[in-house]
Design a protein around this ligand. Structure first.
Ligand code: NAD
Ligand code: UGA
Length: 441
């Protein structure tokens, strides 16, 4: 099939490469000229395991190309995906500017029947808005061309995006016409372990499902983060509670890890957008408001504990921060808990040295305002002379550090274990003060 994917970010680029891998002819369209020029040379704008090989192979095979020319790209695909960003607007709602701009391009340049597939995460009713924008562009051209608009939310996780796309838990297609549904069934068939994994529904339900799924996951984590605070207060260990609770199959083991807060390009903006949608419709959600408030507090927890220990004036103090990405496996630092911590430490006059195996370049590019943040070449260099080490992202390479070397490098052997990576008793036996999240200390 001929496919166009508008937006070559985490979702669009992965979608384009994976669809090409299955033999489709795919054009990736992006407004970012530098990104497209790089992709044409198989240079990756993002870090995502397995993606570089996939892109290079499909470029070489001629099944995949990238363009900034909207007219040519839109003309190419009989299925046109919209996979552009939907950031938070000032009021917390989803900013649909890029989605509607993509819809305009489609209406302006389409030349025959198109299935327009919205993969961006968008509020309920957006499929109708996209349909309206395309219809109005066609009207201005005095063109009469048929098209369908389908909602097809994406559930991939960063750091595992290619695997998730290649082998999805489920594919949700919200559409009300048979022709579009048939085309999407055919397109997705090679990716499904069995055909029941493709769920069809109306577009509004598909749009709401996406937000509900992310909000449910965020809510679970916020709940466990509250349990962690309580565990600290009453002398229980949230790690043991997690195992005990998670072994009930009705609850399950995933997304129960307490930590220094959730971040990323999606949970924060999507929970806000769903909360906003509810308030707009007179169905404000106290649970969603609380999920966000608990996370705001949790992201400030490490800094608050440092202040508790060292006092409010941190001038003359030095801290090491391990992990800048919002989670392991990605270079994405959007809404990362590390940023909240570093900002607070710097504001209080501390020196901060950060280290991340992958995300230092993107942090430097995205956080020009954090000019005080020093980027260390390795984890032990970050720890040199530090009054405390703060572990913010659970990268594998942080799981079993050389504690002797760490102690020798640091000014004081104190570890704030923001992801509960270490066994407190073991680390204490090695001469460290250990502060976990909900470990009963
Ligand atoms: P991103 O910021 O990584 O990429 C978006 C890309 O779209 C950018 O390269 C940008 O230049 C391009 N773009 C913007 N406007 C354009 C236009 N009019 N025409 C062509 N290109 C345009 O975004 P992302 O993380 O891939 O997210 C895209 C959407 O998918 C969002 O709605 C997000 O919520 C959703 N989503 C993201 C993930 C994830 O893990 N990142 C997972 C599931 C769903
Ligand atoms: C999340 C969802 O998991 C995807 O299904 C969804 O498609 C995506 O958002 C999206 O809509 O963009 P992602 O943001 O890549 O994926 O990251 P997650 O693995 O979900 O982690 C989100 C945050 O929660 C991270 O900061 C992580 O550290 C935190 N987290 C996760 C916890 O604090 N505890 C946990 O138990 C799990």
């Amino acid at each position: 099939m001929k496919i166009t994917v508008i937006g070559a970010g985490y979702v669009g680029l992965v979608t384009a490469a994976c669809l090409a891998e299955m033999g489709n002819s795919v054009v990736g369209l992006d407004v970012d000229e530098a990104r497209v020029a790089g992709l044409q040379r198989a240079e990756m704008p993002i870090h995502e395991p397995g993606l570089a090989d996939l892109v290079a192979r499909n470029l070489a095979a001629g099944r995949l190309r990238f363009d900034t020319d909207a007219a040519a790209a839109v003309a190419h695909g009989s299925i046109v995906f919209i996979a552009v960003g939907t950031p938070s607007a000032e009021d917390g709602s989803a900013d649909l500017r890029h989605v509607l701009a993509a819809a305009s391009s489609i209406g302006r340049y389409m030349n025959d029947y198109k299935v327009v597939v919205n993969k961006s995460t968008v509020p309920v009713g957006s499929a109708e808005r996209v349909r309206g924008v395309i219809a109005s562009e066609l009207h201005q051209r005095a063109a009469v061309l048929p098209f369908s608009v389908v909602s097809n939310p994406e559930f991939l996780k960063e750091g595992a995006a290619v695997d998730d796309f290649m082998s999805p838990d489920r594919v949700i297609v919200g559409a009300d016409d048979d022709r579009a549904m048939y085309m999407l069934r055919s397109l997705y068939a090679p990716f499904l372990r069995n055909r029941d994994r493709l769920l069809t529904m109306d577009a509004r339900s598909a749009e709401l499902t996406k937000y509900a799924a992310n909000a449910m996951l965020a809510l679970r984590i916020s709940f466990m983060n509250e349990m962690a605070l309580l565990a600290d207060a009453v002398g229980a260990d949230v790690e043991q509670v997690r195992q005990g609770v998670g072994s009930d199959p009705r609850i399950g083991t995933h997304f129960l890890y307490a930590g220094c807060g959730w971040g990323g390009s999606c949970f924060p903006k999507d929970v806000k957008a769903l909360a906003h949608l509810g308030h707009t419709h007179g169905v404000g959600s106290q649970l969603l408001d609380a999920t966000l408030a608990v996370n705001d507090r949790q992201r400030q927890l490490l800094a608050a504990r440092v202040v508790q220990r060292f006092g409010p004036d941190l001038r003359g103090r030095r801290f090491a921060v391990w992990g800048l990405a919002f989670k392991p496996g990605t270079d994405d630092v959007r809404e990362a808990p590390s940023r909240v911590l570093i900002e607070e430490l710097l504001a209080r006059g501390a020196e901060v040295a950060g280290y991340d195996p992958i995300a230092m370049a993107s942090a430097a590019a995205r956080w020009p305002d954090l000019s005080g943040l020093q980027y260390a070449p390795d984890p032990y260099a970050a720890a040199r002379g530090a009054d405390a080490l703060l572990v913010v992202t659970e990268w594998r390479e942080f799981r079993s550090p050389d504690f002797e070397r760490l102690r020798a490098a640091m000014a004081q052997p104190i570890v704030y274990d923001g992801r509960n990576l270490y066994d407190p008793a073991t680390v204490r036996a090695l001469g460290f003060e250990h502060v976990g999240i909900g470990r009963g200390t």
